[in-house]
Design a protein around this ligand. Sequence first.
Ligand SMILES: NC(=O)c1ccc[n+]([C@@H]2O[C@H](COP(=O)([O-])OP(=O)(O)OC[C@H]3O[C@@H](n4cnc5c(N)ncnc54)[C@H](OP(=O)(O)O)[C@@H]3O)[C@@H](O)[C@H]2O)c1
Length: 273
Amino acid sequence: MWRSRISRRRWRCEDYAYTDLIHNFSHRFGGAFRRLGIHKVDRVCHCMLTQWAAPMRRLTSIVAVNKDGVIGCRNSLPWRVKSDLAFFKATTSGNIVLMGRKTYDSLGRCLPNRYNIVLSRQFNLFEDHPNCVLRDGVVEGIAEAEIAPPCFDEVFVIGGATMYTQFHDIVDRYLITVVDKVVDNGDAFFDLKLFNEPSKWDVSRVVSPSQGEHDEASYEIFELIPTDLDVRNQCRQEAVNSVRSKRIGTNGRYRRSRYPASDPKSSPAFSWV
Ligand SMILES: NC(=O)c1ccc[n+]([C@@H]2O[C@H](COP(=O)([O-])OP(=O)(O)OC[C@H]3O[C@@H](n4cnc5c(N)ncnc54)[C@H](OP(=O)(O)O)[C@@H]3O)[C@@H](O)[C@H]2O)c1
């Protein structure tokens, strides 16, 4: 009961000051309350402590790309591969999805059964509503993902090109569908050179969902896990903490801040073998 009361207040609070203050409060006084044996307070503290002490959610970029790096054409997918879309749906359902504004436009709506975070610099694009919120930077996006309701599990970056690039240095894994189709008029690209150094990635094939007659092309799905997971996790944690302390420091007023985008030139290449 306490959990649901806290949750309701927590998720509805627009400026996050409440959650951040309670966060500090629970860390400072949780032990004292437990010693006092105040049952209800203890339950609240326990609930808060377990929620906030939890490790960060796993962050995965999920993308379908051809061998030339094409991912999009005129703001839509350049192929019709139904079984891969089914894989995408099954993988992301019940989780948090992070997307750029153009991908949101191409979908035309928030994805059902998922907590949607849309990144845009247009403050008034839409009002936040349950399970679909607008944030204006990478750090704000991952901070939002960390305070999303606990019923949602992992975080998936679902595109488009600008999002994959900016999140490249901090994701915990990639799920990459390599589609066997040549696209001449592609206009959105995923930079495959980002995987140029195989020693930095553990690559495995994912058992593909059975491909059907409605698939325009064959494909393979790969899972890539970076070897520096700890560094990435710490990096995200620091970014989220910086947003939290900024919100407390500004009395909960929302301010812009940005995570430095990755530099593709300094990143390595990966060959699809
Ligand atoms: N094959 C796949 O798996 C896949 C998946 C997803 C999408 N796609 C394709 O990719 C294409 C779209 O990709 P795209 O790169 O053109 O667009 P996008 O990444 O979907 O969206 C770009 C927009 O996101 C917002 N944005 C990005 N970074 C931001 C930041 N740090 N802070 C605030 N806002 C930020 C900006 O919105 P504002 O302009 O509003 O400020 C920016 O114009 C489409 O063709 C789509 O079909 C393919």
